[in-house]
Write a protein that binds this ligand. Structure first.
Ligand code: ADP
Length: 529
């Protein structure tokens, strides 16, 4: 690849006005300019865009930037074109253009004006685009939000699967894939799918030391949030809810409580959405109550808190959404409300999906439960999930979570674990959580009756403890991989190898659960009102 100038710092200053590179940007750019395939894992705000924008600006030809969202593309193109010396060097090619506009884009590329061409994967497949791009000089291909390639990511897009074949048809050039969310599994998947197993990998820490993580049981949630928001008067915050209806209801509830809040979800008309988003960005509204439709590409530096009214479907989403707090390095509180019943609802929802999707969905959910119920440093939990080690005592941001500030008391529940595992085995791994609990506490239901479990020695064997206690034990046994939920039969509990070891006395390590976590959470009246 030809570059006009090897002095990258000068180019950085010239095009972006920055004096120094951030993190590993310079290394990444140098290697890309040398024609190497590159994989960049950097948290949001790490400065990924510049890793392909700068080399594109100083290379001969046009760089193709594959990006999943048309709305995002426009922001990015505007941002590049807005830089003083860059006018008109970035363009978009997607279904939103009419014929004349498309021709204009083609002409600009041919004339060598276009340095960055943003395309959606589904546009790239179009025969006419592919043919055109085959005949022009392409500098390299950047794949933004590369986690969309993986079913294990939180935002899987089937169109991303074929990218490799399409790119190969267009040009034989270097590829740079970038993402802000990748567990080791997703990373592996991306590299395999893109045929980039030999790519140079640049990974920056995902630790956000200024973010404070807390999980609270979902009890009196409306009151709790109102109290929290009032305690942070005038500060910007996002409240995420899973459903549009909840977004509307809760935004109203905040308004009724004198809080300056607005709703945002994909069901609102375009104008309202844009207005509400702008009012939030311009500080005209303190709080935005939103579904996950809100946030991608939004760069508001002083969001002081992100509250999850409902627990999200994966830790990737959680990390991404909470990552919108404290971008300026200042305070950023991440508060999630957790009710195991919400998990059950999400599981039911997954039950209608095809097996593979269900399996992935359940495993991702299991990690969320693990995070919500963990007694360890939440930062450590998240970072471990992303394949990173973290020292919970001396690491950067070590004391910034509820568990570190106020460590939960642990209770040894090894006896109870053994009892449950033995029960699962003796009942021949045939039952779901609910029915096992009925057996444990001695409560008849249609399943216990049809299997005549009432007359067995197992019935009411755990009647001294509550249903919720047993639920916690079973949930924790699943999170800690002593039991697993069968996918095919949806939810029937099976023993894992680790579980079997406990039964036969080969694993004698204690099974500890947090004592003061009251997740027996019948929603209170205030919540359902
Ligand atoms: P990401 O895509 O990783 O979320 P962005 O590319 O949006 O991050 O960059 C985040 C912010 O950092 C932007 O405001 C960008 O202008 C800024 N930035 C990027 N590189 C540099 C740099 N070398 N020096 C100063 N600021 C930078």
């Amino acid at each position: 690849m030809n570059t006009k100038n090897a002095d990258l710092s000068k180019e950085l200053k010239k095009y972006f006005g920055f004096s120094t590179f951030k993190g590993q940007q310079e290394e990444i750019i140098k290697n890309l300019l040398e024609g190497k395939d590159i994989f960049v894992l950097m948290p949001t705000g790490g400065g990924k865009s510049l890793c392909y924008q700068l080399p594109a600006l100083i290379s001969e030809g046009t760089a193709i930037v594959v990006s999943p969202l048309i709305a995002l593309m426009k922001n990015q193109v505007d941002a590049v074109n807005g830089l003083s010396s860059n006018e008109g060097v970035a363009h978009v090619l997607n279904s939103s253009l009419n014929k004349t506009q498309t021709k204009q884009v083609f002409d600009d590329i041919k004339a060598g004006k276009t340095k960055l061409l943003y395309v959606a994967p589904e546009s790239l497949i179009k025969e006419e685009y592919m043919e055109f791009l085959r005949d022009v000089k392409i500098s390299f291909v950047a794949i933004d939000e590369a986690h969309c390639i993986s079913e294990w990511g939180h935002d899987f897009r089937p169109e991303y699967r074929n990218l490799k074949t399409i790119i190969d048809k267009i040009a034989d050039v270097a590829v740079i894939a970038l993402t802000a969310t990748a567990t080791p599994k997703v990373q592996d998947d991306i590299q395999k799918t893109l045929g980039m197993s030999n790519a140079l990998v640049f990974k920056e820490s995902f630790n956000r030391p200024n973010l404070y993580y807390e999980v609270r049981p979902k009890v009196n949630i409306d009151k709790e949030i109102v109290k929290f928001v009032n305690g942070h008067h005038g500060k910007s915050g996002i409240v995420y809810c899973l459903s549009r209806r909840k977004v509307e209801e809760f935004a109203q509830l905040l308004q009724v409580n004198g809080i300056n809040a607005l709703p945002y979800h994909a069901g609102l008309d375009q104008k309202t959405r844009v207005t509400n988003q702008d009012r939030f960005l311009m500080e005209d509204a303190d709080i935005i109550v939103a579904t996950i439709a809100f946030g991608m590409g939004i760069d508001k530096p002083d969001v002081r808190f992100v509250i999850h009214y409902d627990i999200p479907k994966s830790l990737e989403s959680y990390y991404q959404e909470t990552g919108r707090a404290g971008r300026d390095g200042g305070e950023g509180i991440c508060l999630a409300f957790y009710d195991p019943k919400d998990i059950e609802k999400l599981e039911k929802f997954l039950a209608q999906k095809p097996v593979s999707e269900r399996e992935i969905g359940l495993q991702l959910l299991n990690e969320v439960v693990g995070y919500a119920e963990t007694s360890m440093s939440r930062r450590q939990y998240i970072l471990n999930y992303f394949g990173e080690q973290f020292d919970p005592i001396n690491g950067d941001g070590a004391m910034m979570c509820d568990n570190s500030v106020n460590p939960p008391k642990l209770k040894d529940a090894t006896k109870e674990l053994k009892l449950v595992l033995t029960l699962v085995k003796e009942l021949e791994e045939k039952f779901r959580t609910k029915d096992l609990i009925s057996v444990l506490v001695g409560k008849e239901n249609s399943v216990t009756k049809s299997y005549k479990l009432e007359s067995t020695k197992h019935f009411a064997i755990g009647k001294n403890e509550s249903e919720n206690y047993w639920k916690t034990i079973i949930r924790q046994a699943t999170v800690q991989n002593f039991l697993q939920k069968d996918i095919e039969t949806y939810g029937v509990l099976k023993l894992t190898e680790k579980g079997l070891k406990v039964i036969i006395g080969k694993d004698k390590s204690p099974f500890l659960i947090a004592e003061d976590r009251e997740y027996d959470l019948a929603q209170t009246k205030a919540d359902s009102d």
